[in-house]
Ligand binder design. Structure first.
Ligand code: ZN
Length: 195
């Protein structure tokens, strides 16, 4: 007596289980938002501000090339390296902040800049750890740690573990990846952002 009932119920059960599998595979909502990331911007006092959400900067290669010009494009977007002792920021000893040349994110402060003797601008810590992405780089027959701007993915250089105290890290940068703004400009930026 139960057979006819089960025979009718079976397709319904199959349909229900398919719906539940399909809904489980569908992203639950748009809260899985990969278009933003947590970074620190310039605070009102010119120091790193609180962690805030910022939109990722995504552009086509053609757009980057037009914005950056050939030298910065070759480094930031094609992972090139500028020649040592040639960058315009190597011997910059002014107080201020070094920003990403691609998207303007603050990346390094002059207070952590040191003379590494390598011919490239060097820092022992980033402006904020959130603002730098590190990835393993096994190119050129060696294993290094590449550093990128967290917001636009622009190639900055590499980080090594032979830097000075207190971090013993050496963030080795390409000048062309950076734009320097002095203390007065940075404080002005922070004050305007706080309005
Ligand atoms: Zn950037």
């Amino acid at each position: 007596m139960q057979f006819p009932f089960s025979r009718h119920l079976l397709p319904v059960l199959l349909l229900l289980s398919m719906v539940s599998i399909m809904s489980a595979q569908t992203p639950s909502s748009s809260t899985n938002n990969t278009n933003t990331l947590a970074v620190r911007l310039i605070g009102p006092d010119g120091q790193p501000g609180p962690v805030v959400q910022s939109s990722r900067v995504v552009k086509t290669d053609a757009e980057w090339e037009k914005q950056l010009g050939p030298a910065a494009y070759r480094v930031l977007r094609a992972k090139g390296t500028e020649a040592p002792f040639c960058g315009n920021l190597l011997d910059n000893h002014k107080d201020g902040v070094y920003f990403c040349a691609g998207c303007g994110l603050p990346l390094f402060a002059s207070s952590s800049k040191f003379n590494s003797g390598t011919g490239w601008p060097s820092f022992y810590r980033p402006f904020a750890p959130e603002n730098i992405t590190e990835i393993r780089d096994a190119s050129l027959g060696m294993v290094r740690t590449e550093i990128l701007c967290a917001r636009c993915g622009g190639h900055l250089g590499h980080v090594f573990d032979d830097g000075p105290a207190p971090t013993h890290l050496r963030y080795c940068l390409n000048s062309v990846s950076l734009v320097f703004k002095d203390d007065a400009e940075v404080k002005k930026m922070g004050a305007e952002a706080a309005k």
